[in-house]
Each structure stands twice: as C-alpha cells, then as structure tokens.
Design a protein around this ligand. Structure first.
Ligand code: PNS
Length: 159
C-alpha cells in the first residue's frame, strides 16, 4: 500500500494543484492532501475554509482525502504512515525552494521519499497568489479554479 501526502497552503486550491493531485492519485494507492496552517504566509482563507474548498475539489477522486495540519510536514506524514511526499514543479523558479525543502525533509525523515510531478504547460504560470491577485481586482478566475472556489473568491473580494 503506497500512501502519499501532497502538501500545500492551498490558498486557494487551483487547477494546477488538482492536476498534481489527480496524477498522484493514479500513481499511488492513497493520497492525503495536507493543507498546511502556514500562518506565516497570512492566508486569505482560514485553514478550515481552505480544507473545505480542497475537499470539495477532490470529492470525485475516491482514493484522495483532505486533512488540515499544523507543525512539521514530516511529522504529519509519519503520523499518517505515508511513504511518499508528492510536490508539483512548475517553472525552474520553483526548483530552488523545492530542492531546499526536499533536502530538509530528507534530513528530518529519510524514510520519506519526495517525488516531483511536472506541471503541464497550461499550468506552468498558475499559482494561488496570481489567482488571489486577479480576484482582488475583480477579474474572472473561472479558467484557473473550480466553480466553488471562484465563488469563494468572489465572496472574499466583493465589488
Ligand atoms: O503551497 P506552499 O505554500 O508552497 O506549500 C509549502 C508547504 C506547506 C508544503 C511547506 O511550507 C511546509 O511543508 N510547511 C509545513 C512546515 C514544515 O514542515 N516546514 C519545512 C521545515 S521548515
């Protein structure tokens, strides 16, 4: 049984995240989408809101579940007896940060394997921060996020 954790802040979840999660779900027996508290990033959605939005976005994937977590990712992954961390990689700009995180997580828990899934070209530029910025200016974001997330963004940034 291969259980993977796909961590992130998911503020909010986008089609880019969903692409990685969907492909991870095809490779692994079970995938846990781990929504980090990430208090230092001052997310616009609460941890609970981000968890609910992610949960609704993956409800069609039977081997995927969503859980919030606080603290270290490796502690969460160990507590769920996961063997793999799956991260998405977009452009080369992601590499430095992800390389650092993978090395650090290896130091902390070398039984956990970090696996990277490359974003397809149409999502290379997509990020939650771009989606938040567009939504804050009233721009439609329907091509980047599922309908329920677009609605949550409209509610967060009323005209
Ligand atoms: O979507 P993000 O914000 O790029 O995801 C980053 C995340 C949540 C994966 C990363 O910040 C993380 O693993 N946070 C949990 C705390 C932790 O384990 N930090 C690494 C050691 S300092």
């Amino acid at each position: 049984m291969k259980r993977a954790v796909t961590p992130g802040t998911f503020d909010p979840i986008t089609f880019g995240h969903l692409d990685v999660i969907t492909r991870a779900a095809q490779l692994m027996d079970e995938v846990i989408v781990a929504v980090a508290a990430s208090a230092g990033k001052k997310p616009i959605f609460t941890l609970e809101e981000r968890t609910v939005l992610a949960r609704q976005a993956v409800e069609h994937l039977p081997n995927v579940r969503v859980e919030p977590f606080e603290g270290l990712l490796v502690d969460f992954a160990r507590s769920r007896e996961a063997q793999v961390l799956v991260k998405g990689l977009r452009a080369i700009t992601d590499f430095e940060y992800e390389f650092q995180m993978a090395a650090l997580n290896y130091q902390l828990a070398n039984e956990l394997e970090t696996v990277f899934i490359m974003s397809p070209p149409q999502y290379m530029y997509l990020s939650s921060s771009i989606v938040r910025e567009l939504a804050s200016f009233g721009s439609p974001v329907d091509m980047f996020v599922p309908p329920h997330v677009a609605k949550a963004l409209r509610d967060k940034f009323p005209d």
